[in-house]
Design a protein. Structure first.
Length: 410
C-alpha cells in the first residue's frame, strides 16, 4: 500500500482537467512507450529466466550509463535485505579505480557481464566493454555476456556475430523511463529478484492514477509547475536504502524538465536527501533559508530491520533516557513526522508518500508514480519531457574532441 498525503491546498479540478486529458492522450497514443511497460514484460521475464537458469555464476557486472544503470542500482540498494543469486557490480563511470576494484573481486568464468546501451553507441559503455574484453580476452563472448539494446543497433550486430544473448528495449522508451523494461528486468532476474512483482506495482499505479482518475499526481504536479517562487524540489527519503532511488529521481527530473523553448528556460531543480542524516545539515537551509523549495517525504513503515534501543542509562547522559526501548524504525519515522510538522509550520509546500515496506511491488509502484509525475509537470510546462538536447550537445562535442585527439596522435 502506498498513500500520498498533500499538505497544501488543492486546486479546483477544472483548473487541471485539460492537463489530465493531455496526459491521458499521451498514454493512449502509444508514442511514449513507458506508459505500457508494466503490461509488456512477462515474456521477457520468462525468456530471461530460461537463459539464467542454465548459467552458473557468482557475480554480475552491469556496464551501463545513466538510465541503463541508475534504476537497477536503486532496486539493488532498496532490496539489499533480500537474498539474491549473485553479487551485483555496476560500472557506470569511466573511472579506472572502479574498474580495477571490480576485476580484483570477480572470477571471470563465474561472472555474467550485462552490457546495457539503448543506442548501442554510448561512448562510455563501449570503452568499458573494450577494457573488459582486453583484460580477460575471452574466447567465446556468448558464454557469459548479455546485451540490452534497441532493435537493430550496431551493438546488437556485434552481439549476434559473437553468438551472445540480446534483449531489446522498445524504441519508444527513453533511457531514464526504462527501469520497467529489459533494462531493469534482466538484472533483476539474474539476481533472483521478483521482476513480476515490480511490473505489478507499476500496473497498479497506472490503474490508480490513469484508469481510476486519482487526481493526487495532477494536483501535486500543478502545484510544483505553477508555484510562484519554489523552483527546487527536495525528495527527503527516510530510509538509507532509498539513496539509490533518490539518484534515479534526480536524473529523471533534471533530464526531463530542464528544457529551453526559444528564449524561455524551464526546470525544477531536484535534490535528494536521506533522513535522519540530512536533518543535521541541509534541513537548516530548508527551514530558515530562502523559501524556494517544495519537499516530498518518503516514509517506510516496515524497515525489515527493527533493532531496539537498549534500556541503558549512561552516566552524565541521563537526560536522554527517553530514547530507550524504541525501535530504530519507529525512531526514524518519528523523526520524519517531526520534520514534516516543522516545515508545515514554516509555511512550506510539503507532501508525504507513505509505503508499507520496501519490496519489488512497492518499488514498481514508486517508479511509475514518479514517471507519471514527471510527465504531468512536463505537460504543464509545455516542454518535450522525453528528449535531452543539452546532453546530446555534450556528447557531440566529446566525440569531436576525441576524433581530433586521435588525428593529432597519428
Amino acid at each position: 500500500m502506498i498513500v500520498n498525503n498533500l499538505f497544501f491546498k488543492k486546486n479546483k479540478i477544472e483548473y487541471i482537467k485539460s492537463f489530465e486529458q493531455r496526459l491521458n492522450s499521451e498514454a493512449e497514443e502509444g508514442d511514449i512507450g513507458y506508459y505500457h511497460l508494466p503490461h509488456l514484460g512477462n515474456e521477457i521475464i520468462s525468456e530471461a529466466e530460461n537463459f539464467f537458469n542454465n548459467k552458473e555464476y557468482d557475480d554480475i557486472v552491469l556496464i551501463g550509463i545513466g538510465g541503463s544503470s541508475i534504476g537497477i542500482r536503486a532496486i539493488d540498494n532498496a532490496l539489499i535485505a533480500k537474498k539474491r543469486k549473485a553479487r551485483l557490480h555496476i560500472l557506470d563511470n569511466v573511472d579506472n579505480l572502479r574498474f580495477n576494484q571490480i576485476t580484483q573481486q570477480i572470477d571471470f568464468k563465474r561472472t555474467i557481464f550485462i552490457i546495457s546501451s539503448k543506442s548501442g553507441t554510448t561512448v562510455e559503455v563501449i570503452a568499458l566493454l573494450k577494457l573488459i574484453l582486453d583484460f580477460y580476452k575471452p574466447q567465446n563472448i556468448g558464454d557469459n555476456f548479455v546485451f540490452i539494446t534497441d532493435n537493430g543497433t550496431n551493438l546488437e550486430k556485434f552481439a549476434n556475430k559473437n553468438n551472445a544473448k540480446v534483449f531489446h528495449v522498445p524504441a519508444n522508451v527513453g533511457g531514464r523511463f526504462s527501469v520497467l523494461s529489459a533494462i531493469g528486468i534482466i538484472p533483476m532476474v539474474a539476481l533472483g529478484l521478483d521482476a513480476c512483482a515490480l511490473l505489478r506495482g507499476g500496473a497498479d499505479c497506472k490503474n490508480n492514477f490513469i484508469n481510476e482518475k486519482n487526481d493526487t499526481i495532477l494536483q501535486k504536479a500543478y502545484h510544483y509547475a505553477t508555484h510562484n517562487y519554489a523552483k527546487i524540489n527536495v525528495l527527503f527519503s527516510y530510509c538509507e536504502r532509498l539513496a539509490g532511488f533518490n539518484d534515479w529521481y534526480i536524473q529523471l527530473w533534471a533530464e526531463s524538465l530542464g528544457k529551453k523553448l526559444g528564449c524561455t528556460r524551464f526546470g525544477l531543480t531536484p535534490i535528494g536527501l536521506i533522513g535522519s542524516r540530512d536533518q543535521h545539515s541541509f534541513l537548516q537551509l530548508i527551514m530558515d533559508g530562502t523559501k524556494d523549495k517544495t519537499v516530498s517525504f518518503i516514509k517506510v513503515i516496515d524497515h525489515d530491520f527493527d533493532d531496539k534501543i537498549p534500556d541503558l542509562s549512561l552516566d552524565y547522559l541521563e537526560e536522554l533516557d527517553f530514547v530507550k526501548n524504541i525501535s530504530m524504525s519507529n525512531l526514524v519515522n518519528m523523526q520524519c513526522d517531526a520534520t514534516v510538522r516543522a516545515l508545515i509550520n514554516e509555511g512550506l509546500s510539503v507532501d508525504v508518500i507513505t509505503i508499507d515496506k520496501l519490496d519489488e511491488w512497492h518499488l514498481g509502484y514508486l517508479f511509475y508514480y514518479y514517471e507519471l509525475l514527471t510527465s504531468a509537470v512536463g505537460v504543464m510546462f509545455g516542454v518535450n519531457t522525453y528528449d535531452q538536447p543539452g546532453v546530446e550537445t555534450g556528447k557531440r562535442i566529446l566525440k569531436s574532441l576525441l576524433i581530433k585527439q586521435l588525428t593529432c596522435n597519428k
